[in-house]
Ligand binder design. Structure first.
Ligand code: ZN
Length: 113
């Protein structure tokens, strides 16, 4: 079994998989998504999902009441419990965003200097 090799995107030095620093240019070798990419995608996902659920919980009843003349309570009467839904949605969004970033960069090997 021959070790997997990568070519440095900065200096074209060839190195084996698992190397953390390129011997050619001393750049930091990152496999897959960087911590920053993962965090950013996670935060973005968290915001999107929290906003979506907020719209569903607070916006939807208001809209229905106005246009369909229903009598839903804002937040569907959940009160502070609705905040738990927002929190769970944000966590779900964070996890989803993280997973997406990791998938988007899976198998990539980049060198940062
Ligand atoms: Zn290099």
């Amino acid at each position: 079994m021959s070790p997997e090799t990568y070519t440095c995107g900065q200096c074209h030095f060839e190195f084996n998989k698992g190397v953390r620093v390129c011997q050619g240019c001393q750049g930091t070798v990152i496999y897959g998504a960087t911590q920053q990419e993962t965090n950013e995608a996670g935060s973005f996902g968290a915001i999107i999902w929290a906003v979506l659920i907020a719209l569903l919980l607070y916006g939807l009843p208001a809209l229905l009441n106005k246009y369909v003349e229903t009598h839903f309570k804002i937040g569907f009467g959940l009160g502070f419990t609705s905040l738990i839904f927002l929190g769970v949605a944000a966590m779900f969004g964070y996890f989803r965003g993280m997973t997406r970033a990791q998938r988007a960069h899976a198998g990539e090997c980049r060198t940062f200097r």
